[in-house]
Design a protein around this ligand. Structure first.
Ligand code: ATR
Length: 301
């Protein structure tokens, strides 16, 4: 791809006179459902918006983002692998973007670039919409990378009984426990780390979980982070297994089904994080006119 990528993907704001232009930036990006989601939102709120795709070179996010905003772009969603670049690019971060350590939503106001992270709020809203009671529940969060970090604070805000972060190696999970220890204490949540191997051990994992969230990258290669033995420890009938990946029944989801758990992919989280981006960009009044659950139903139909 060249620096003309924005033109190739029809996202140059100069081409859309009379419309506010937004885009999602990632690499690769052709698979992204964000443009169709935002097109539905724009129709629901009767807004003249264009939402396109940008595929910056891997080391070229800042240049692409700068050109986009300089050409009149109003706001940008950011996905893999640019969420850290977006955090660095923003002049000002919201509190939740700082806590998440990554930015998925950018916008410009008075020449200043703001960065927020709506992923965690999106996950929580999707869980609540699916009838999951986070308060006082036992939650297992698999993975300790960026996707995991982004959802910890919004989960803690709902005061689960415990939140266990499990990763292949302990260092990253321990770091996250340290980072969120104060918030967990304030919300009276037992926040703990485990290795994935610990999940096989009934002494280290004495209780099954109400909610198991897969935030590892394992689903992308059709692997599960859970061994067959771990599966018997962590799930019980009535558990809810949530995979942040969408568009397929992952190995993790199949394991959960075999244990009698309910499952969900991450499409609802994608739609809900987009709804929060719409709110940031267009304001409360217009955001009250969009219906993310109807958009989700359309995407699934
Ligand atoms: P992201 O921003 O998507 O979270 P990341 O920061 O690279 O990406 O983190 C990927 C997470 O998936 C990590 O927790 C990683 O575990 P390690 O820290 O041990 O590398 C986890 N992961 C990736 N592939 C995995 C697999 N096959 N099984 C289990 N965990 C996996």
């Amino acid at each position: 791809m060249t620096s003309n990528t924005s033109l190739d993907l029809h996202t140059d704001p100069k081409l859309f006179v009379g419309k506010d232009v937004y885009a999602v930036a990632g690499n690769p990006i052709s698979h992204s459902k964000s443009p169709v989601i935002h097109q539905y939102f724009a129709e629901q709120a009767q807004q003249a918006m264009h939402y396109g795709r940008l595929q910056p070179e891997l080391d070229d996010f800042a240049k692409a983002a700068r050109s986009f905003f300089a050409a009149g772009g109003k706001g940008m969603n950011v996905t893999v692998p640019f969420k850290l670049d977006a955090q660095v690019f923003a002049d000002q971060l919201t509190n939740r973007a700082q806590l998440a350590g990554a930015v998925n939503t950018l916008w410009i106001e008075d020449g200043k670039i703001y960065g927020d992270n709506t992923d965690g709020a999106g996950l929580v809203r999707d869980l609540l919409a699916q009838g999951i009671d986070i308060h006082a529940s036992r939650i297992l969060l698999l993975g300790a990378g960026g996707a995991s970090r982004g959802v910890i604070s919004p989960l803690l805000e709902h005061s689960p009984k415990c939140l266990v972060i499990a990763n292949r190696s302990t260092a990253k999970a321990d770091e996250l426990v340290k980072l969120f220890a104060d918030l967990a204490a304030c919300k009276e949540v037992a926040l703990e780390s485990r290795t994935l191997a610990d999940l096989e051990n009934s002494q280290k994992t004495p209780h099954a979980f109400d909610l198991v969230i897969n935030a590892t990258a394992a689903g992308l290669t059709d692997e599960s982070p859970l061994s067959e033995l771990a599966v018997t420890q962590v799930f019980k009938p009535g558990s809810f297994a949530y995979d942040m990946v969408y568009g397929k029944t992952t190995a993790f989801m199949k394991q959960a089904l075999q244990r009698g758990a309910r499952i969900s992919d991450g499409l609802g989280m994608l739609v809900e994080q987009a709804a929060d981006a719409f709110l940031l960009w267009r304001g409360l009044e217009l955001a009250s006119k969009i219906d993310p659950r109807a958009v989700l139903a359309k995407l699934r139909s």
